[in-house]
Design a protein around this ligand. Structure first.
Ligand SMILES: Cc1cc2nc3c(=O)[nH]c(=O)nc-3n(C[C@H](O)[C@H](O)[C@H](O)COP(=O)(O)O)c2cc1C
Length: 426
């Protein structure tokens, strides 16, 4: 055998010997996450490891899911006009939100029942967001209680409130958020009634999840998720134990919301809450500029332009298309944040350019935790942060303060007029 053949033989033998270890490494959770190049990959991984009904609960939206789709396609329709020959060796993503310093203009959006996708749920996302130097907004409907999150993720947290018919519970939640040191209260106002999420209806999704032959079958082919679910079940609304939605009540989310949430909620209640809570107050779910003006008059410190990720009123405008008019109407009297459809760092840059102080992200982080627990939430956040940093460098913006809307972002000919910028950043 000549020298070359001996070399090839030795290399092949080494490859065969190391094959089992390499296969194990390639199939490990870490490796699968590391192979995710973007949020779409993280979503695809979550879809493979989580039962369909749970994935659909997270991924789905109202009715035809038109608004959910527009949240993303309207971001894609916007163009960035880069400036060149700017020193971008250092890109600084830090800013402040309602006076609180954050290392990047990205907050964790409130998502309820996140423990269904992975037992680490809200705890994993809160830790990832805080480790990145930002703020996690804990949902009133979370599967971890306010006190559990304070232990698991003791960094900066805001509390998102729904208004139950039982005002005693609402007052209690506000008191618990205050005691846990939450830096702001976020009142979500776009759920006067449950929307129809057709995927959930088809799947018979409820709290707790119903065991059917189909769901058992799904669990068997997703052993990692099932083992976590059986060992550490997180399937109830931890903050409102005893108010329905507990582990023993089998109700659909629609039944829960329609029986428990107060559909008479109005600006009077905002005034009441303003009295109850002396810290920063935000309203989440604003799309109309006149509502934004009314929110400012009611004394709120921030408005979150949001259509609930397209999960409430289908055919509502996309968040990014509603942003410019809200920013203009608010006129710097409150901070304007946005959520809905952020899947790329460049989306955050576009929102900042159109006047948002920061963005919240919902599904991307939930896909992350579903795909790989704590490490998955971290991976999703790292992807978005790195993308934002690169987009800012390539656009010629070394710092958030350099993101100048007037020159940076534009809609191509033929795009809806609502996508045209009306002013600079707040
Ligand atoms: C699974 C899930 C649960 C949610 N639960 C809540 C909630 O409890 N309270 C709330 O204000 N918004 C909730 N939202 C909406 C998010 O806060 C946010 O508005 C939305 O996810 C933003 O869109 P994105 O998912 O495209 O980022 C939820 C969203 C998802 C996907």
């Amino acid at each position: 055998m000549n020298q070359f053949a001996q070399l090839v033989g030795r290399q092949l033998a080494a490859d065969v010997r190391s094959l089992p270890a390499r296969l194990r490494a390639a199939l490990s959770g870490q490796a699968r996450l590391a192979r995710c190049q973007n949020i779409a990959d993280v979503r695809a991984l979550a879809r493979r490891v989580v039962p369909d009904a749970v994935f659909d609960f997270v991924d789905g939206a109202a009715n035809d899911e038109v608004t959910a789709g527009r949240n993303q396609s309207d971001f894609a329709a916007l163009q960035l006009h880069p400036r060149v020959l700017v020193d971008v060796e250092q890109v600084d993503l830090s800013t402040t939100v309602l006076g609180q310093p954050v290392a990047l203009p990205l907050l964790g959006a409130p998502t309820g029942l996140t423990g269904l996708i992975h037992h680490r749920g809200e705890a994993a996302i809160a830790r990832a967001v805080q480790a990145a130097g930002s703020i996690y907004v804990l949902s009133a409907m979370a599967s971890y209680s306010i006190e559990e999150i304070a232990r698991e993720a003791p960094g900066p947290t805001w509390f998102q409130l729904y208004v139950w018919r039982d005002r005693g519970l609402v007052r209690e939640l506000v008191g618990r958020a205050r005691a846990a040191g939450h830096g702001a209260l976020v009142l979500t106002v776009d759920v006067p009634r449950a929307a129809v999420r057709e995927r959930d209806r088809r799947n018979g999704f409820g709290i707790p999840p119903r065991l059917t032959l189909r769901s058992l079958g799904q669990g068997m082919v997703r052993p990692r998720w099932s083992a976590g679910f059986v060992r550490h079940p997180r399937m109830s609304i931890a903050n409102a134990a005893g108010h329905g939605g507990g582990a023993r009540d089998a109700v659909s989310l629609t039944e829960y919301i329609n029986s428990q949430f107060d559909p008479t909620l109005s600006w009077h209640d905002v005034a009441w809450l303003r009295e109850e809570w002396s810290g920063p107050l935000l309203i989440k779910g604003i799309l109309h500029p006149e509502d934004a003006v009314q929110a400012v008059s009611a004394g709120v410190d921030g408005v979150i332009v949001s259509n609930h990720g397209g999960r409430q009123l289908d055919h509502a405008p996309s968040a990014i298309s509603a942003l410019p008019r809200v920013v203009e109407a608010v006129g710097g009297r409150a901070e304007v944040l946005l959520d809905g459809g952020v899947r790329r760092g460049a989306d955050v840059l576009k929102a900042l350019a159109l006047g948002a102080r920061a963005c919240l992200v919902g599904r991307p982080l939930v896909y992350g935790v579903g795909a790989g627990g704590d490490a998955g939430a971290e991976r999703a956040l790292t992807i978005l942060r790195d993308e934002l940093s690169i987009a800012m460098a390539l656009a010629g913006c070394p710092a958030v303060a350099d993101v100048d809307g007037g020159r940076l972002v534009g809609a191509p000919a033929g795009a809806p007029a609502s996508l045209q910028p009306t002013g600079g950043p707040t």
